[in-house]
Design a protein around this ligand. Structure first.
Ligand code: DC
Length: 221
């Protein structure tokens, strides 16, 4: 099986690129952030305090989270419920970032991610795919962009959905999430030693995709 790992901070364009790349190659796109988001959503809905590791850990045995593919598109199930849309809410992003700092949560989700890569050729995106989840991935990309550019992209996404957003508020949230993700004790966001870093600040999605395709071709032919 072939695995392509794409890591990097929120808003660098990982999911757009990973999805297109997977489609082109005929691989499965695995969005691992969705798993952390599902745990965050469960905690929000069940009054599990997000900063309380003991409480979140105690909730884990009650959480059934599953990735399912419908016509090649990833859906996230929490129990029987499809939460693929709900987990995109901004509050859920922050909740996901909080619970993802807990080693118990990461351990809970680790095997599920590895199993996907055992059974399928995958393009997997996240924060620790190249460092922890799939250290032997065939290709590792670390995709970045400045916080300002990532905020601008988020503004555009919201505008497209008709959601009003304030640039300064979003920028603060982007910076806060970067801090949380980079400074946590377990599996912090960082470039794997053997990952290729790509800065997407000056590139559009097509430019990034073309650059990654070149890297993939070089590495796996
Ligand atoms: O990629 P995303 O924005 O959907 O991720 C939501 C949060 O989950 C993010 O703040 C960090 C965390 N996450 C993680 O810790 N490890 C991953 N492999 C993917 C996401």
């Amino acid at each position: 099986m072939i695995a392509i790992a794409i890591d990097g901070p929120a808003g660098a364009g990982k999911s757009t690129i990973a999805r297109s790349l997977a489609q082109k190659l005929g691989y499965l796109y695995v969005d691992t952030g969705a798993l952390y988001r599902a745990i965050g959503l469960y905690c929000m809905e069940n009054a599990v305090p997000l900063g309380d590791k003991a409480a979140v850990t105690a909730a884990l045995p009650h959480i059934r989270v599953e990735l399912r593919y419908v016509d090649g598109v990833q859906r996230v199930l929490l129990g029987e419920r499809d939460v693929s849309e709900e987990i995109r809410r901004q509050e859920v992003s922050m909740a996901a970032s909080s619970v993802s700092a807990m080693d118990t949560v990461r351990a809970f989700l680790l095997d599920m991610q590895r199993e996907m890569a055992l059974r399928h050729d995958v393009v997997m995106d996240g924060r620790d795919i190249g460092t922890v989840v799939l250290p032997d991935a065939d290709v590792k990309i670390y995709l970045t962009a400045t916080a300002e550019e990532r905020t601008r992209r988020r503004m555009e996404e919201y505008a497209a959905k008709g959601i009003a957003a304030d640039y300064q508020t979003l920028l603060r949230e982007v910076n806060l999430r970067d801090e949380q993700d980079k400074n946590r004790q377990v599996a912090p966001l960082k470039k794997a030693e053997d990952a290729i870093e790509l800065d997407s600040t000056e590139l559009d999605a097509q430019g990034v995709l073309a650059a990654i395709e070149r890297i993939v071709k070089e590495k796996i032919g």
